[in-house]
Design a protein around this ligand. Structure first.
Ligand SMILES: Nc1ncnc2c1ncn2[C@@H]1O[C@H](COP(=O)(O)OP(=O)(O)OP(=O)(O)O)[C@@H](O)[C@H]1O
Length: 608
């Protein structure tokens, strides 16, 4: 049987993947079957979050029992096809062909171009000449903000590096002080301008989702308040932004178009662009963002490299970090120039374009708080199932609870429903939204008995009194999750709202706006695609945090489970975490990585 036929019979291809293969066959009936199958797989790869398809590891995409061609022979067949471009170098534009074979990966042309353009933009931003900085005038302020700078404080290193590097990557787990560092780093940049008598830098803060942007702004406000207590001058602090926006809003969406108002020809009017939760940014968006960063402007990416990669094609942050190295050393030039601020620091003489652009923060500052998550997060990140299970079973981590073998949270914890029920009693939508975000049921899967969809359906029935199977509609206290981007509404995939009547009894759906107490009301019938948000998948919860999280794992192992998924799920909890599942499923998840196929790291590392 032909490979394409086998894939069709196994039911793994989507209509779109099939359509691409069929179009190619119609255009040239002599196209070898293996080329058609590879085209369908390149299309499927994007849907599964990969930038391209690797003929050497088709099992990454397809579980079915299929006799796969030899990878090298397959690649040769692809290279010989008129539908496949084979650019001579990683930064050459591909000739017009629907597919591109580059570095052994087969790409849909558009995604290879996104990768190429992104690599070029990152290099452009990173290679901006080092500004002639006056370190002396800000040395005192630096020492006040970072008293431990000379003892290897990585936060200090990141802030100092921001005085030299136009592209800066600040990474670390939750609570390692990424936002605190940014607040201080921006204060230094403002002080620098002020001491030099120039206008303060124009600063933009952004994140991939509305919720992540709100959290970023909240953390920044907190950090600014701390600096005020430390006696940092109000004039400096007032120059820092108090709000953050979504990346879509920052770039300026154009109705019914994937393009943005700000792009290469109309760059963002900012000198510093800081992007939080960078692990969630997918390849097309990161490409468009970097293209819109003006020449000479600074781009600071913050993120936790151990989190799940973006749902859409990507793993962009991981690839960039791969090219940037471990992040505990500076380049020789930076180490020398910043010596007055930092003292002796490790030096990396690496020649890769991005080495010396990253600082990895390691020290967790939230550990003294109620939830003792760090040892568990560490075990999960390392894929150490024995240690993770022993910590979970030991019950010694404060506010971490293990419900071994439990697969129905609603039965195991009736107070979950009681909490959701109280949401309907609120009259103030801002308060109701805050209360709604206190507790969340997170699931690994969307479908199945322990999936978000089934749990939501049962909660809807319990709360609204409707029969199961009837489509959910408006009822007070219903938490809503937007599932598509609607530029017209200013509502984006992942935004969470709540149904409540206004003072006149009109049924409305409320979402937060810019600013902590600002809410926006929508007519429920006019909302973009949405579903209930009492339970949501870990993927959808990326960028959000909740006081209490119930992380529900499925009864049986699934390809979707990975250590990144568990890590992302459990690090959404602020004060209490419940993990429910079996030891077998946890062990299987921790044995799996959620890595994605990408050529970006290679492209960034390649010399012309
Ligand atoms: N150097 C420091 N000294 C004392 N406390 C600190 C320091 N850095 C951060 N913190 C505190 O640790 C907490 C977490 O900091 P912050 O919000 O900056 O971390 P984050 O990495 O941005 O977290 P998240 O991943 O949740 O966004 C805050 O309460 C902050 O005040």
């Amino acid at each position: 049987m032909s490979l394409l036929r086998a894939l069709q019979q196994a039911g793994v291809l989507r209509t779109l993947d099939d359509a691409l293969a069929n179009t190619m066959r119609r255009l040239d009936p002599d196209t070898p079957d293996d080329v058609l199958a590879a085209a369908a797989l390149a299309s499927l790869a994007v849907a599964q979050g990969h930038a391209g398809f690797d003929p050497a590891s088709p099992r990454q995409l397809v579980d079915a029992d299929i006799a796969w061609p030899d990878a090298e022979a397959w690649r040769q067949q692809l290279a010989a096809s008129r539908f496949v471009a084979t650019p001579a170098s990683p930064i050459d534009e591909a000739q017009t062909a629907p597919l591109v074979l580059d570095n052994g990966l087969l790409y849909l042309r558009r995604y290879r171009e996104y990768e190429r353009r992104l690599a070029m933009q990152l290099r452009r931003i990173a290679s901006a000449p080092n500004p002639e900085i006056g370190i002396e005038p800000i040395a005192l302020l630096f020492a006040t903000l970072f008293p431990d700078a000379h003892s290897g404080d990585h936060q200090a290193r990141a802030a100092a590096l921001a005085l030299r590097r136009a592209l800066l990557l600040v990474t670390g787990g939750p609570g390692t002080g990424k936002t605190t560092t940014i607040a201080r780093l921006l204060t230094l940049r403002v002080a620098q301008a002020s001491r030099a008598g120039t206008t303060p830098p124009r600063i933009a803060l952004a994140a991939p989702t509305g919720r992540a942007a709100e959290r970023m702004a909240e953390s920044l406000r907190r950090a600014v308040a701390q600096m005020a207590e430390q006696g940092i001058g109000a004039a400096l602090l007032e120059a820092l932004p108090a709000q953050a926006s979504t990346l879509h809003r920052l770039l300026g969406t154009v109705p019914d178009s994937p393009r943005f108002r700000h792009n290469k020809d109309n760059p963002l009017p900012f000198d510093i662009v800081v992007v939080d939760e960078a692990s969630m940014v997918d390849l097309p968006l990161m490409c468009k963002l970097t293209e819109a960063v003006a020449d000479g402007a600074q781009l600071v990416l913050l993120g936790d490299p151990d989190q799940l990669p973006s749902v859409e094609a990507g793993d962009v942050l991981a690839a960039i970090l791969g090219a940037a190295g471990a992040g505990d050393a500076l380049s020789m030039g930076d180490a020398a120039a910043l010596h007055p601020l930092l003292g002796d620091v490790p030096v990396d003489a690496g020649t890769n374009h991005l080495v010396g652009h990253r600082v990895h923060l390691q020290h967790g500052w939230r550990q003294s708080e109620a939830l003792h998550l760090a040892p568990l997060a560490e075990a999960v990140r390392n894929g150490d199932a024995l240690e993770a299970l022993s910590l979970l079973r030991g019950g010694t981590l404060s506010n971490v609870h293990f419900h071994e073998g439990v697969d129905d949270p609603l039965q195991a914890r009736p107070d979950l429903l009681a909490h959701f029920r109280t949401l309907a009693t609120h009259t103030d939508p801002a308060q109701a939204l805050r209360q709604g975000n206190r507790l969340r049921l997170l699931t690994a899967l969307r479908e199945g008995p322990s999936g978000a969809r089934g749990l939501n359906a049962r909660i809807e029935v319990a709360l609204s009194g409707r029969r199961i199977g009837t489509p959910p509609a408006w009822f007070p206290g219903r938490l809503l999750l937007i599932t598509e981007n609607s530029y017209r509404h200013g509502l984006f995939n992942g935004d969470v709202g709540i149904c409540l009547a206004d003072a006149d009894g009109t049924p409305l759906a409320w979402f937060s706006g810019e600013g902590s107490d600002h809410v926006r009301a929508f007519h429920p019938a006019a909302l973009p695609a949405h579903e209930s948000a009492f339970a949501m998948t870990v993927h959808k919860a990326q960028g959000s945090e909740f006081d209490e999280v119930w992380l529900q794992l499925p009864r049986a192992d699934s390809r979707v489970l990975s250590r990144e998924l568990l890590y992302t799920g459990l690090t959404r909890a602020r004060s209490a975490l419940h993990v429910a599942g079996t030891a077998d499923v946890i062990a299987a998840a921790l044995a799996r990585h959620a890595g994605r196929v990408s050529g970006l790291g290679w492209r960034l590392g390649a010399t012309e």
